[in-house]
Design a protein around this ligand. Structure first.
Ligand SMILES: [Cu+2]
Length: 158
């Protein structure tokens, strides 16, 4: 019987946390240093159509890394596989004279929202990395913010 008050407190604390996590506007989202494609929102929403034709075959990570070239205003490859539960780094090499970016729409299926994973600047000749946590199954669309009409692709998590 001595445990009963402590258990009650734990229950109250759990309910409080659940209520806070229910916030639809996402204002209580936890910021992390590494961009995280998959915050706590569990159901991926409909994604934007990718601007670029998608490769016929999925590209698998090798030792946790997928190499992607940015060449001729295209992502190559652009059909990328993140095994569910794995952490995968997308390594982006910009072979173009132009600057590029990468932005993944995230679970909400919208660009320019707080659940996006992105690299804001990939200079000509630069190599940048974006590390993704494949916590939620789904197909997620990405684009280049500077060439949104021509550069795009998908990340398939399963
Ligand atoms: Cu671009």
């Amino acid at each position: 019987m001595k445990l009963a008050p402590a258990l009650l407190l734990l229950l109250v604390a759990a309910l409080f946390v659940a209520a806070c996590g229910d916030n639809d506007d996402g204002s209580d989202a936890i910021a992390t240093e590494t961009p995280n494609l998959f915050p706590s929102q569990p159901v991926p929403q409909q994604q934007p159509d990718p601007a670029q034709a998608i490769d016929a075959t999925l590209t698998e990570p090798v030792d946790g890394v997928i190499e992607v070239a940015l060449s001729d205003i295209l992502f190559s490859p652009n059909n990328l596989h993140v095994p569910l539960g794995d952490t995968v780094t997308i390594r982006l090499t910009n072979n173009d004279p132009a600057t590029h970016t990468i932005r993944i729409a995230g679970i909400d299926g919208r660009y320019d929202t707080e659940d996006d994973a992105f690299v804001p600047t990939i200079d000509s000749g630069a190599v940048e990395e974006l590390t993704l946590d494949g916590a939620t199954a789904g197909t997620f669309t990405f684009r280049c913010d500077l060439h949104p009409g021509s550069m795009g692709g998908v990340i398939v998590v399963d």
